[in-house]
Design a protein around this ligand. Structure first.
Ligand code: SF4
Length: 321
């Protein structure tokens, strides 16, 4: 009988979302309790927690190296997904998935072997032929990109018989989005061992932000319009666009928040830089320029594709819940 082909563990460590990586972990025939009690693989549990911590700081440093390091790295991905999903906090899962997608994207960008890139794309179901992608696939993968940059909007693309042109460097960016969606898929965390539950609680305590802690007498949560709530979620997830930042800041300026309170709102951004944020907000308030900027109208918010409901008003500042 033919023996199975050798497993390329380094490839699985770089792209742990691949079906082959899942099959490899299954082939070890260990449940979570078995991993926790294993003399070698138990290290993957703390590595999984480290992986989440790194992701929350914005950059995963996946350990490659010998076969065991790569195996542990793949298993740490499995553990990390369980830990972050068990928190039940969608914004943490989003931040984690974004960091995983970026990690694999950087490996893909440096990949010498084009066949590996092709294999990853096939595994994810990303189909690009002769620089063209079906518009439905493009829409699914570009929805978040379009929030950051209008060039990803379908209306700004050349379309021919249902296919959208995509340039070579854009393909990997779409692959990154596809990885993010893959990692965002829910994970069943019922019946996980107590050790993992405790680690997940630590993650929740460290990274779940408390409800909006700004002068609540001034801004009752129910008086914030759906579009601004969505922008706050984008801010927390670390994927806020320039337009969203502007609207968020000017909305809260319009609600009468002072600079200190505004900085507090923006401190919810994962890579918050206080000095830079303070300077930009002071500029919008009019402390650093002659102009005080005002919040755009609903029509303008709609034109950016950021309106989230028909509230029957003309200006987000008129929303009363
Ligand atoms: S109608 Fe106006 S306030 Fe309501 S979600 Fe849309 S832009 Fe925001």
């Amino acid at each position: 009988m033919e023996s199975p082909p050798p497993v390329d563990m380094e490839k699985l460590a770089k792209y742990p979302f691949l079906k082959k990586a899942r099959e490899y972990v299954s082939s070890l025939k260990l449940n979570l309790a078995g991993i926790a009690g294993h003399p070698l693989y138990s290290a993957s549990i703390n590595m999984g927690k480290d992986r989440v911590d790194q992701a929350m700081r914005g950059r995963i440093d996946a350990k490659l190296g010998d076969k065991l390091s790569c195996e542990l790295s793949v298993m740490s991905y499995v553990i990390a997904r369980i830990l972050v999903n068990h928190t039940g906090a969608r914004q943490l899962v989003w931040r984690y998935a974004s960091a995983e997608a970026e990690n694999s994207y950087l490996f893909l960008r440096d990949e010498k072997n084009r066949e590996t890139v092709q294999e990853v794309m096939e595994d994810l179901g990303v189909k690009v032929a002769e620089g063209r992608m079906h518009f439905k696939d493009f829409l699914t993968l570009s929805v978040n990109l379009a929030k950051q940059d209008p060039k990803w909007k379908l209306v700004n693309r050349r379309m021919d018989k249902g296919y959208v042109s995509v340039e070579e460097p854009e393909v990997l960016i779409l692959v990154r989005e596809s990885i993010r969606l893959k990692v965002l898929e829910p994970v069943d965390t019922k019946n996980i061992p107590d050790e993992l539950k405790a680690l997940s609680r630590e993650i929740a305590a460290a990274y779940i932000k408390k409800p909006l802690d700004v002068k609540l007498d001034q801004v009752k949560e129910e008086t914030i319009p759906p579009c601004v709530k969505a922008m706050l979620a984008s801010l927390e997830a670390g994927i806020i666009s320039h337009n969203e930042r502007f609207i968020l800041a000017t909305y809260f300026i319009g609600r009468g928040l002072d600079l200190e309170c505004l900085v507090k709102v923006f401190s919810r951004f994962p890579n918050f830089n206080e000095e830079k944020t303070r300077y930009q907000l002071a500029f919008l308030i009019g402390e650093k320029s002659a102009t005080k900027y005002s919040c755009p109208t609903c029509a303008k918010v709609k034109s950016y594709g950021l309106c989230k409901a028909e509230c029957g008003i003309k200006h987000p500042l008129n929303y009363r819940g």
